[in-house]
Ligand binder design. Structure first.
Ligand SMILES: Nc1ncnc2c1ncn2[C@@H]1O[C@H](COP(=O)(O)OP(=O)(O)OP(=O)(O)O)[C@@H](O)[C@H]1O
Length: 619
């Protein structure tokens, strides 16, 4: 994992609720040598329970991130904390570790009638992610703490069973927690006696997901002595509102430059690029990026509609590129499983449609909150309103994010790009920008501060792809794109949904018995009904532009130098490298039938072998 420059967070005490407020104070600048010492600080020095430190070591986590260095001691002291830090900066452990430390030392008092900690998140995906992180730490520590996750699809009887005991930690969305109170499954008096922690994770999103009323109702049940923590990637009016609603005299932790200095909104370890092209040519450009090995795997691709994501999947299939789609239409078990498989490295390309599109559009259209709530309810009939693919989800080892479509807001851009370069690893993003999307692209640039600082290239033109390289693929790409008709997209979408509903039932049963078995079902299945032509899988040598070939070599060298190599991980899962089965790596022998003009004969076996070897080195 590459180490990026780390800076110390600013710590401000917010005295808004104190009768005699002291002025907010900027901390003294830390001398450089002391900063270096801080960077080498260990979890032991933060005063954490040795069992937690051993658990972290097992997870190969050795040193705290800047936000963890500052938040953990404050939380251990019992302070309310608002922590704002960039996406991927380790905010989850910043609250989970001290919370578990305190719950470990409190585990003697077992006569509680309600949970000791509520962790509230905006989406089910996040709820699952946080639940798994905490559960695995508890298991590593061999502690008897019980953690439960509640979802709004659970029946009352299941809610009661889940809360029987009661669990020490409850992870849920605010709406689901509030419904437990209104159904009498959780009793206010018991919560008043038991609750010591309330965490609002991804706080900047909770209100935009429509949870304001739920959170307001919940505040009545939170005892005054309860320690409240609010974690957020951005600072916004919503975060301020929540802070006032829930927290008592909090410490405000802000990583320098988060939220205020624009050039650090996206971590420096993420290189951002863009390509200007017509909406129609995007398909050729994305094919070139992938087929000519100009981007590093794993790749997360964003399309703005579900149909567009299936069109891309079908298009890729024809070229032997296997991918999976992820969207709000799919059943929850499938979505979680797709995420787990992608994180485990079982496939390299994931095409996601983010939930934010609908919400951002609603906000941009200036709908009233009531209208927004109504349309949210309406959307829920078809889509899962608690679905959230972009915000806060910890996609593991994503090396490249591609915006096939630009998001509808600068905030959406920041959250999408934040899926790579997590925890100081390196990453890159490529945005395909059509003339119609220039306006939003300009907005993104201005949010990132590019317009104020002309000398720096925040989002640079993508340097590795020449016009020639694109043009050489045009004929094949356009021909194949024409064959992906609206009807085939519709059929593929329906087919995928049917598959995933079946999968979902199997998964439900399976996960109950084998929660760790990830390889039951595959989500990157071929959806096309027609047999796939083998000749499209490889780009023949004569179509390759020499400059782009050079660029491709550089990408591979960079990947090798950065150690971004997924094959070992894959072997761990499959026992055998997936590459052997990857059609991209297999050779098409002989000429194509009914293929493209100019003949598709390979130039010679030596070339085939050399290209295969080259590709083998690269993945
Ligand atoms: N001290 C650490 N050292 C190395 N990796 C870490 C450390 N702390 C957390 N991580 C890893 O960094 C990744 C990102 O962490 P996390 O999800 O907590 O980020 P985040 O700040 O909550 O991001 P977002 O705002 O997008 O939700 C996770 O994979 C996590 O396991």
């Amino acid at each position: 994992m590459a180490k990026a420059t780390k800076k110390l967070p600013h710590v401000n005490e917010d005295h808004e609720k104190e009768p005699e407020p002291e002025p907010e104070q900027e901390p003294e600048p830390v001398p450089e040598h002391e900063q270096e010492e801080e960077e080498d600080q260990t979890f032991e020095e933060l005063g954490l329970d040795p069992r937690l430190i051993r658990a972290l070591t097992k997870k190969s986590i050795d040193n705290p991130t800047p936000i963890q260095r500052v938040a953990i001691p404050l939380i251990l002291e019992g302070k309310d904390v608002v922590a704002r830090a960039k996406t991927g900066s380790g905010k989850t452990f910043a609250y989970v570790l001290p919370m578990l430390h305190k719950l470990f030392s409190d585990s003697g008092s077992k006569n509680k009638l309600a949970p000791a900690a509520f962790v509230l998140v905006p989406t089910r995906e996040l709820s699952q992610q946080v639940y798994s992180e905490i559960q695995s730490l508890i298991e590593f520590c061999r502690m008897q703490l019980k953690i439960t996750q509640l979802t709004s699809t659970m029946f009352d009887a299941d809610l009661k069973t889940a809360l029987a005991g009661p669990p020490d930690i409850l992870v849920s969305t605010p709406a689901c927690l509030q419904s437990c109170f209104s159904k009498g499954v959780l009793l206010p008096a018991s919560v008043q006696d038991s609750l010591s922690f309330l965490v609002l994770d991804e706080a900047d999103l909770l209100l935009s997901y429509g949870y304001e009323d739920d959170i307001k109702s919940l505040t009545a049940h939170i005892p005054r002595r309860c320690q409240c923590l609010l974690m957020s990637a951005t600072s916004s009016a919503d975060v301020e509102k929540l802070k006032k609603l829930i927290l008592h005299n909090p410490f405000i932790l802000t990583l320098p430059d988060v939220g205020d200095t624009k050039d650090e909104i996206i971590p420096k370890n993420v290189q951002q690029f863009w390509i200007s092209c017509s909406a129609r040519d995007k398909i050729i450009y994305i094919l070139a990026l992938m087929k000519l090995d100009l981007v590093q795997k794993k790749v997360l691709i964003f399309a703005n509609t579900i149909d567009a994501s299936f069109r891309l999947k079908l298009f890729f299939e024809k070229f032997g590129i296997k991918s999976a789609v992820l969207n709000a239409e799919l059943p929850q078990n499938s979505r979680l499983h797709i995420l787990e498989q992608f994180n485990a490295g079982l496939f390299d390309y994931l095409i996601a449609t983010d939930d934010s599109q609908l919400k951002e559009k609603e906000q941009a259209d200036g709908e009233s909150r009531v209208e927004r709530k109504r349309s949210r309810k309406h959307a829920k009939k078809k889509m899962d309103a608690e679905f959230g693919v972009v915000r806060g989800i910890d996609f593991k080892n994503v090396n490249t994010v591609i915006n096939f479509d630009m998001p509808q807001s600068a905030e959406g851009y920041v959250h999408r790009i934040g899926r790579t370069g997590r925890a100081y690893s390196t990453g890159a993003s490529v945005s395909l920008v059509s003339p119609e999307e220039m306006e939003i692209f300009e907005e993104v640039k201005s949010t990132l501060g590019e317009n104020e600082n002309k000398d720096s290239n925040f989002i640079a033109p993508f340097p590795l792809l020449t016009k020639n390289a694109v043009e050489s693929l045009r004929y094949r790409a356009e021909d194949v794109a024409r064959s992906v008709t609206k009807i085939s997209v519709r059929e593929a979408r329906a087919q995928d949904l049917r598959n995933e509903i079946l999968n979902s039932e199997k998964l439900k049963a399976h996960f109950q018995v084998n929660p760790k078995d990830l390889d039951l079902l595959k989500h990157d299945k071929v959806l096309s009904k027609k047999p796939l032509s083998t000749h499209l899988r490889d780009v023949p040598e004569y179509l390759l532009d020499p400059t782009t070939q050079e660029a491709s070599k550089i990408v591979k060298l960079a990947r090798a130098a950065m150690g971004n190599n997924n094959s070992a991980r894959r072997k761990g899962f499959k026992g055998k490298s997936r590459k052997d089965k990857d059609p991209l790596k297999s050779l098409s022998t002989g000429a194509s039938k009914g293929g493209f003009k100019g003949g598709m004969k390979r130039k010679g076996k030596e070339k085939d072998d050399s290209s295969r070897n080259r590709k083998k080195q690269s993945v």
